[in-house]
Design a protein around this ligand. Structure first.
Ligand SMILES: Nc1nc2c(ncn2[C@@H]2O[C@H](COP(=O)(O)OP(=O)(O)OP(=O)(O)O)[C@@H](O)[C@H]2O)c(=O)[nH]1
Ligand SMILES: [Mg+2]
Length: 308
């Protein structure tokens, strides 16, 4: 029989792993922790991640291709429906699923039951083994851990239930070991020096969006999208010039994002530039504009332009 690996050379433990779960459970933080660098944006507000973000973890004899996904939630609006679709689709493509929940906050019994029910419904028809990740244990009284693991193990045939802190990294090594047992033998799909398939343009837009999430309140983050108008690398000057537009849904939001005397926009720009410089490893000139495109999050055409 012909084995494809004879043609591809190396045969190692390799495959795809999706990180899914409710918004704000720490999926992107875990992805970055595994990668040892920041690829996915993170904020304390739910629904930060909107796309599928791919990250590659390499070892001498393994390659884990991680998919960070938007949070699973009851979606009513077009943008939210797209986000949930992306997350649900990734469940079908992968070898292993990490379903992540935040266990740091005690929930009223009724809410907990409802969440568990939703989780089981989301896993309906899923064939890949599911590891339940209990995240944010750094905030948890350790005595609560064992009964919790017991409780979740009885809830659904998880392959395993693993507590960790995506933030501190405590408990994450064990997950890698577990994944390596579950992944098939295969080729190295991505070159070892490439941590993601996302373009620098996309990552730069995400960084600006993260700063909007962190530095503005109320509905502004959910009404914001970021478009890179131009991205120019000057090799001689070792500098990248980026022009980006923050797109909002309503005229009334423009003043909030710009702030008094342009102060808010300036702080978004400074914070974003710092992170983009880290990402690109060189100086960045970042120019930000603010524009209104009425109700863009409900506009199928604009969502397509954004890559949904
Ligand atoms: N204390 C603590 N905080 C954490 C941990 N993991 C994530 N967080 C925080 O939880 C918040 C949400 O983290 P994210 O990684 O953005 O969560 P997410 O699941 O990707 O969220 P969405 O993209 O909105 O679905 C951020 O403020 C993180 O710093 C953890 O292990 N411990
Ligand atoms: Mg996220």
């Amino acid at each position: 029989m012909i084995n494809i690996n004879d043609f591809l050379g190396e045969s190692i433990r390799s495959g795809m792993v999706a990180i899914v779960g409710p918004p704000n459970s720490g999926k992107s933080t875990l992805m970055n922790q595994f990668l040892g660098q920041k690829i996915s944006i993170v904020s304390h507000k739910p629904q930060t991640t909107r796309n599928r973000i791919l990250g590659v973890v390499n070892g001498d004899d393994y390659q884990i291709v991680l998919l960070d996904t938007p949070g699973l939630h009851k979606a009513r609006q077009p943008l939210n429906r797209e986000m949930v679709r992306i997350a649900m689709e990734s469940l079908k493509e992968v070898d292993v699923i990490l379903y992540m929940i935040d266990v740091s906050l005690p929930l009223p019994e009724k809410v907990a039951k409802e969440k568990n029910k939703e989780m089981i419904e989301q896993m309906d028809g899923v064939e890949a083994p599911v590891i339940l990740i209990l995240n944010k244990v750094d905030l948890l009284d350790k005595e609560r851990l064992l009964p919790m693991i017991q409780h979740y193990s009885e809830l659904y045939p998880f392959h395993s239930v693993m507590p960790l802190s995506a933030f501190t990294g405590e408990g994450t090594d064990v997950v890698i070991e577990e994944l390596l047992e579950l992944l098939p033998m295969g080729p190295r799909y991505f070159p070892e020096d490439i941590p993601t398939d996302a373009t620098e343009r996309f990552l730069a837009a995400e960084i600006v969006r993260e700063k909007v999430f962190l530095l503005t309140g109320q509905e502004i983050p959910y009404s914001s999208a970021v478009i890179i108008e131009s991205f120019e690398d000057d090799e001689k000057k070792k500098m990248t010039t980026i022009h980006a537009t923050i797109v909002l849904e309503r005229n009334s939001q423009k003043g909030i994002v710009i702030g008094k005397g342009g102060k808010k926009l300036k702080s978004i720009g400074i914070a974003a530039r710092r992170d983009i410089e880290k990402l690109l490893g060189q100086k960045v000139l970042l120019k930000l504009w603010v524009k209104v495109r009425k109700n863009w999050s409900k506009d199928e055409r604009f969502l397509k332009e954004l890559g949904f």
